[in-house]
Design a protein around this ligand. Sequence first.
Ligand SMILES: [Zn+2]
Length: 277
Amino acid sequence: MTDTAKLLRVFRVDQQLRGLRTRLTAAESFAAQQEKLLNDLKSRHAAASAELKKARTKVASDESETASIDARIAKIREQMNQTKTNKEYSAFLSELNSLKEQKDAVETNELQQMQALESLQKTVDDLTTQINERQSIVERAKTDCQTKHDEIRDRLTELKSQRDTLAADVAPASLRVLEELIAARGDDAMAPVEVIDRRSHEWNCGACMMALTVETINRLAKGGMTRCTHCQCVLFTEEENVASKSEPKEPKAPKAPKAKVSKAKKPSAAPEAEASA
Ligand SMILES: [Zn+2]
C-alpha cells in the first residue's frame, strides 16, 4: 500500500470522528441554549412575582384605607343627626365632603392598582406556562444529549482505536503533516486529483482547483505523500478514493496511478521541493 493510501485511510476515519463529535457538540449546544432560555424565564418570573406581591400589598392597603374612611363617614353622619346648631352641622358637612374627596382619590388609585395587578398576574401566569413548556424542551434536549453521547461513545472508541491502528502504519512525519492540515483545514486537508484531460496532461487539485504539474502527478503515482503546490493539501487519486470507500476495513493498494502517468509524457524525476513541506 502506498503512503498516500495509508494517509487517506487515516483521513477518512478522522473525518468520521470529527463528524460524530460535531453531532454531539450540536446537541450539547442546543441543550445549553434551551437551559439558558429557561433560566431567563425563571428570572423574569421571579421579578414579576415580586412586583405582583408588592401590588397586592398596595391594593390591600388601599382597601383598608377605604374602609377606615367609610367608618369615619358613618360616624360623622351619626354625629350630624344629633347636632343642635347650624355651625356644628356645617363643620361636620365640610369634614364629610373632604372625606368623600379623599375616598374618591383612594378608590381611583385602587382601581389603577387593580388593573396593574391584573396585568402582572397575567404576566406571571404566561411566564409559568412558558417555563413549563421550556422545562420539557430542556428535559428532552438533555435526554437527546445523553442518548447521542451513549450512541457516539461506543462508535468513538471504535473509530479512535481504528484510527490509532491505521496511524501506526503511517510514517510519523507524514502523519504529523496530515494532523496539522486537518487541524487547520478540516475536510480540505486531503483532496482528490481531478482529471481534466489526461492526454494533454491537465489535472486540477480537488481542493483549490488549481492546475497540477506533471511532476506532481508523477510523484503521486510513485505513492509518496504529495502535496498541492498551491494550497498544500495532501493529494490522492480517485483510485485510492474508490478503494478506500468500497473496502474501508482493508483497502487494497491502488494499482492505477502508474498507468495514469505512463500515458503522460515521461516527466523528469519529481522535484524534491514537492516532498513534504
Ligand atoms: Zn490545492
